[in-house]
Design a protein around this ligand. Structure first.
Ligand code: AMP
Ligand code: MG
Length: 293
């Protein structure tokens, strides 16, 4: 086991570039132009995915453990926050299950954000978000997030424009605060095509093991896709910052989106420049004590 893993370039050769270079939102990028069936930066194919995913899940888990170990040894600032946004069926749940699920649950702080409860509605929209932030050493996972407050809220006029409009700047200031306090944000916008979404919704209606994922309201949201497209565009334009950029992940191919998001997490963790915490005891003395214990 290596003690210093951060400077290793271990990107699998099936990737032509580090995924973030292809996926990071750039000013001028248009949601309408996203090719949801592409596999940017990946030169392999679906048949390469299972073995590579397993290998990279292990790498991710190792780095996550290092983050957690550091916090147990006194690093009380660093954390990672994965923000997953996407329309229904984009695959947020699959990322949680197949990517985040590879990590030790001890170091994960997972929250799914649905329609606010009465208690949540009585507070500022960031109240429930602040309550769910990852402690030091943890990876927070937001399955939907504060961005719903400028997406569904905007599309459905749940509050008037003069209320949601200032939220973009407020979210930027909030995220700046998180970054300054030691959190690395990995913001991922997951996009499926309307055709692929239709297939996935149809599957949910065919399979008893998937009924639980089906919500009749998903069809209503689907019909509002042009309005969502606009809301996603403004969100990306206004909240992709140098300290917390958005990544656009094409999600028609689940195997690709899972591999890509795994690499984004690995990159974020490697950026923390971690190493295993040294022993804070005399190793030889402890070996002697153990031998005679
Ligand atoms: P799901 O992710 O499938 O469990 O669905 C959760 C639903 O809650 C989605 O339709 C979201 O758009 C909705 N939701 C999440 N956050 C908010 C919010 N702040 N205001 C209104 N609806 C929300
Ligand atoms: Mg749903």
């Amino acid at each position: 086991m290596t003690s210093q893993v951060s400077d290793q370039n271990d990107l699998p050769s099936l990737w032509t570039h580090e995924p973030h270079t292809h996926l990071e939102f750039k000013p001028g990028d248009k949601v309408a132009d996203i090719k949801t069936n592409r596999t940017p930066g990946f030169r392999g194919s679906k048949s390469d995915a299972p073995a590579l995913q397993a290998e990279r899940n292990e790498r991710f888990a190792e780095l996550q453990e290092m983050l957690y170990a550091g916090s147990r040894s006194g690093d009380d600032t660093r954390s990672v926050l994965l923000v997953l946004q996407g329309m229904d069926t984009a695959g947020k749940g699959g990322i949680v299950k197949h990517v985040v699920g590879a990590a030790n649950p001890q170091g994960i702080r997972y929250t799914s954000f649905g329609k606010p409860t009465e208690e949540e509605r009585a507070h500022h929209y960031l109240w429930r978000i602040r309550n769910a932030l990852p402690p030091a050493g943890h990876i927070g996972v937001f399955d939907r997030s504060h961005y719903e407050d400028v997406l569904i809220v905007r599309v459905h006029n749940l509050v008037p424009p003069d209320v949601w409009e200032p939220r973009y700047d407020e979210i930027n200031a909030f995220e700046r605060e998180l970054v300054d306090a030691g959190t690395t944000l990995v913001k991922v916008a997951m996009f499926v095509s309307l055709d692929e979404q239709k297939k996935r919704l149809a599957e949910r209606l065919e399979r008893p093991d998937k009924y639980w994922k089906y919500n009749p309201a998903d069809i209503d949201e689907r019909l509002l896709w042009p309005k969502y497209q606009e809301a996603y565009q403004v969100m990306l334009d206004r909240t992709s910052t140098d300290y917390a950029p958005w990544h656009i992940v094409p999600c028609d191919k689940k195997w690709y989106s899972r591999l890509a998001i795994t690499e984004l997490l690995i990159e974020a963790l490697k950026g923390l420049d971690m190493s295993w915490p040294p022993a804070d005891f005399d190793i030889e003395a402890e070996k002697q004590r153990l031998a005679s214990a």
